[in-house]
Design a protein around this ligand. Structure first.
Ligand SMILES: Cc1ncc(C[n+]2csc(CCOP(=O)(O)OP(=O)(O)O)c2C)c(N)n1
Ligand code: SF4
Length: 248
């Protein structure tokens, strides 16, 4: 008998519309996380920590235990929960303003301690929620509301490559960068996110997956142009790939 395949909503994703702008990739990443949770069969023992930023409401979309952390402190909050409940699988969901600016110390030290948590890091090169200010990840010459003439390295420093920085540390088990800009990239993104959770399930240390993402609203672009801009401008500066693998 022919097999019938049905495209279903993941169990771990609530049946609600998201508040994200058209063309924003937060929703795609939420879906991937929910699919991975389903496939690993860990919904009942997973907790997530939400950030500040547009994805502050991720707890309305992913159906696991969820907690909200103050600005940039998601890795610290996840550390606390995981240490008292090491049987649970914990993830943080953080934007680049949250993770690479406000919470720089938290992410570096959580990674350096090898905390058994998985970090999903959305890099859209800008602060989304608060009106498109320059983030540590904003590209050189990129115009934002706080760098209207473009990011100038003399005044603002260079865009920070978080994966490469954290991969220099001894403790992390898995560090990767992906994007969800096109279907061919989504398959790899899902594999990486699944691997990050698996590393934690196997107790092999801290894991992080950075996802190159769009913010059409604050980039001032239509969704299709934003996707093209990401592929043409972000991937060359932020190469995709795996920067740290668990030791054999
Ligand atoms: C210490 C502190 N600084 C600034 C803010 C304001 N704030 C809230 S959300 C946010 C932007 C977060 O941007 P990002 O993490 O890149 O997420 P996005 O909205 O792009 O998804 C900022 C600056 C704050 N709440 N606390
Ligand atoms: S402002 Fe940007 S990051 Fe926020 S929901 Fe809209 S497109 Fe997404």
């Amino acid at each position: 008998m022919a097999e019938t395949r049905i495209f279903e909503r993941p169990r771990a994703l609530y049946d609600v519309a998201t508040h994200y702008c058209p063309g924003c990739m937060h929703g795609t990443v939420h879906r991937i996380i929910a699919e991975v949770i389903d496939e690993l069969g860990i919904q009942e023992r997973t907790f997530g920590v939400a950030p500040v930023g547009c994805s502050v409401f991720v707890y309305n979309y992913i159906d696991t235990d969820m907690c909200e952390a103050a600005h940039g402190r998601a890795p610290a909050v996840a550390t606390g929960i995981k240490r008292v409940r090491p049987d649970m699988i914990g993830f943080t969901y953080q934007g680049d303003g949250d993770l690479a600016s406000i919470g720089t110390a938290e992410i570096i030290h959580a990674a350096n301690r090898g905390e058994r948590i998985s970090v999903i890091f959305i890099n859209n090169a800008i602060y989304g929620m608060t009106g498109g200010q320059m983030a540590p990840t904003t590209l050189l010459d990129q115009k934002t509301t706080t760098s209207p003439r473009g990011r100038d390295p003399k005044a603002h420093g260079y865009p920070m490559r978080m994966c490469e920085m954290l991969a220099t540390l001894a403790a992390p088990g898995y560090i990767a960068r992906v994007t969800v800009a096109e279907p061919k990239y989504i398959t790899k993104a899902k594999q990486a996110i699944k691997k990050a959770f698996q590393v934690q399930i196997d107790d092999r240390g801290f894991s992080m997956v950075e996802v190159l993402s769009t913010c059409p609203t604050n980039w001032g672009m239509r969704p299709v142009d934003a996707k093209k801009w990401l592929i043409e401008n972000m991937i060359p500066y932020y190469p995709l790939g795996e920067f740290k693998q668990p030791e054999e």
